[in-house]
Ligand binder design. Structure first.
Ligand code: CP
Length: 303
């Protein structure tokens, strides 16, 4: 594959190659080797039309640790505010010699369009409500590091599935890797296509928690919400929030995940987010490693 646009495009062998490459790279970092010469002379452009903390910074860190040159583009402050189109922006970057373009965009499908306009590899860093494949890869990597093989593992994903590109990419990738996924959400926060997703659906979090190896809480995307989907924060938190009492219903060795950013006190209690069984900070560190593996494999560097 030249691009990474959707978790749906990854075979099990592709996914395992990325996870195993990340494992190798993690071992190199653990030997205090901070920088590899692998992508020297290559240019990675981070093209962000939507806000990001983790994804943008970790792609930058990943490219720099592989010795690539990095250009950071954010739509705010660029000629996009003067009406320049995605295509013209992409062609401008192409003229500057991008070997890989990492794109986050509010429109589902934007990375797919971009792949028709540039010669370099395109990596989807989140497109609208569609997909966020490197988030799913870093989540799978984090689960595998804590729990081992994911085959047959029970993963529960809870919350605002309707607006979540993280949920879709995770469901697709985890199904490919042989895990059993259950989505738990209010009916108004599930997409109409949910029947075609390779997972189970439940509306009763308390009954699913005791059978879960992993509980992944999703951010309630208030910026995309209206009253039809979401009547009240208090009611949501009462029925779908992971508080101390619910956390106690999970098996002792089960882990808690969240892609961030979190609404502490709403979908997840602060003490649960900060518990030793939470992988939230590990997920961020693993994000750099996974993005190194993706850039390394797409740009064909050699260790
Ligand atoms: N998880 C995630 O994509 O976070 P950012 O929006 O901060 O990149």
């Amino acid at each position: 594959n030249r691009h990474l646009i959707s978790a749906a495009d990854l075979t099990k062998d592709d996914a395992l190659l990325i996870l195993d490459t990340a494992e190798e790279l993690a071992r190199v970092s653990e030997r205090s080797i901070k920088k590899l010469p692998t992508l020297r002379g290559r240019t990675v452009v981070n093209l962000f039309f939507e806000d990001s903390t983790r994804t943008r910074i970790s792609f930058e860190a990943a490219a720099k640790r592989l010795s690539a040159d990095v250009i950071n583009f954010s739509a705010k402050g660029s000629s996009v505010s003067k009406g320049e189109s995605l295509k013209d922006t992409a062609l401008t970057l192409e003229a500057m010699g991008a070997d890989a373009v990492v794109i986050r965009h509010g429109a589902s499908g934007a990375p797919h369009r971009l792949a028709n306009w540039v010669r370099g590899s395109v990596v989807n860093a989140g497109d609208g409500t569609h997909e966020h494949p490197t988030q799913a890869l870093l989540d799978a990597f984090s689960m595998r590091r804590r729990l081992g093989n994911l085959e047959g593992r029970k993963v529960t994903i809870v919350g605002d599935v309707l607006h979540s590109r993280v949920a879709r990419s995770n469901v697709l990738l985890l199904a490919t890797l042989g895990a059993d996924v259950t989505l738990v959400a209010p009916p108004t926060l599930l997409p109409v296509s949910i029947g075609t997703w390779p997972c189970e659906v439940s509306y009763d979090l308390d009954s699913v928690l005791p059978k879960s190896d992993v509980v992944m809480m999703l951010r309630v995307q208030k910026e995309r919400m209206n009253a039809a989907y979401f009547p009240s924060e208090r009611e949501y938190s009462r029925r779908y929030g992971l508080d101390r009492d619910r956390f106690a219903k999970m098996p002792d060795d089960a882990i808690v995940m969240h892609p961030g950013p979190m609404n502490r006190g709403m979908e997840i209690a602060a003490e649960v987010a900060d518990s030793p069984r939470s992988t939230i900070v590990e997920q961020v560190a693993n994000g750099v490693t996974i993005r190194m593996a993706v850039l390394y494999l797409l740009l064909g560097g050699e260790i």
